[in-house]
Write a protein that binds this ligand. Structure first.
Ligand code: APR
Length: 273
């Protein structure tokens, strides 16, 4: 079936949803200039996830991983792309579905905050958020403004380039509640994910799940589509290079979310009331 018909089908399913939930991965932010992880030229195609996938750069430096050129390259690139990144039409389409009263929540693996900037208020970030610190003693969370994150990031890269470990230690933020050291509130491989119970209950209560730009390679997040399907949800998947949940999807569309999602929303608006 051609993409036009698939979008018509997807719009019918989305338009009739009473509990629409979205589940997103790096693909939805690719058109905002943030590289994905596993595509050719993606982050894990160029950097070693075993060295740099550990979540918080401070912890990996202090755990003796030291300050490799790869670590400097990775941190610099992440800061550069995040600083330039803005929500794209895919993010805004989800924001619009929320304001139309159709979309209930977004479960995301992304740490880039773009769903919130795109207009979604109920965002479950199972891998954390880069614009947040967490105290390693009392778990207090501290939000960072864009200015604060990128100022700290620029200083960190300078210190890493000079190999100034004492300087990096001094840069670690101190918790305002208990005085403990803080780290970036992002989840690395082998670390516990966040709000998984809430994400699973959203999946269970959904009658339609939109899967957007994920390879479904990372667990436990990748259990979410199966969980939604088991409890009766219809599944619509959009992926630029080929759908990864074909066995579960009622409609699978090969295309970029920034192109396909807004066109589905336009179709939903035209559906008879
Ligand atoms: N629109 C739709 N899909 C896209 C687009 C796009 N513009 N660009 C790429 N894709 C697809 C890719 O083809 C791929 O299938 O999005 C998927 C991205 O997959 P990954 O790079 O594996 O990212 P993700 O699934 O989010 O990874 C999960 O792995 O490294 C960890 O913690 C990290 O949250 C991340 C997790």
């Amino acid at each position: 079936m051609d993409v036009e018909h698939l979008m018509d089908e997807a719009a019918l399913i989305v338009g009739r949803a009473s509990n629409l939930v979205a589940f997103s991965g790096a693909g939805i932010s690719e058109e905002s200039g943030i590289p994905t992880f596993r595509d050719p030229g993606g982050l894990w195609d160029r950097f070693d996830p075993l060295e740099l996938g550990g979540g918080d750069v401070f912890t990996s430096i202090f755990s003796g991983a030291g300050i490799s050129q790869a670590a400097i390259g990775f941190v610099s690139e992440m800061l550069e792309v995040l600083q330039k990144a803005r929500p794209n039409p895919g993010h805004f389409a989800l924001g619009e579905l929320e304001s139309m009263g159709i979309l209930r929540s977004v479960i995301t693996q992304n740490i880039d905050n773009l769903h919130r900037e795109g207009g979604n208020s109920r965002v479950i970030e199972v891998h954390g958020n880069i614009f947040r610190l967490v105290c390693m003693v009392c778990a207090t969370k501290i939000s960072l403004s864009r200015e604060e994150l990128f100022a700290m990031g620029a200083e960190l890269v300078g210190l890493m380039q000079r190999g100034d470990l004492p300087g990096i230690i001094k840069l670690v933020s101190i918790c305002p509640a208990c005085g403990g050291p803080c780290r970036m509130d992002v989840v690395g491989f082998g670390e516990p994910v966040q709000d998984m119970a809430l994400a699973m209950s959203e999946a269970r209560s959904s009658d339609v799940l939109l899967i957007l730009g994920t390879s479904g390679m990372v667990y436990p997040a990748a259990y979410i589509p199966e969980h939604a399907k088991k409890t009766g949800a219809k599944i619509v998947e959009i992926n630029a290079t080929g759908c990864c949940f074909q066995s579960l999807a009622d409609v699978g569309i090969v295309g970029k979310t920034g192109d396909i999602l807004p066109r589905i929303v336009e179709r939903v608006k035209k559906l008879p009331a």
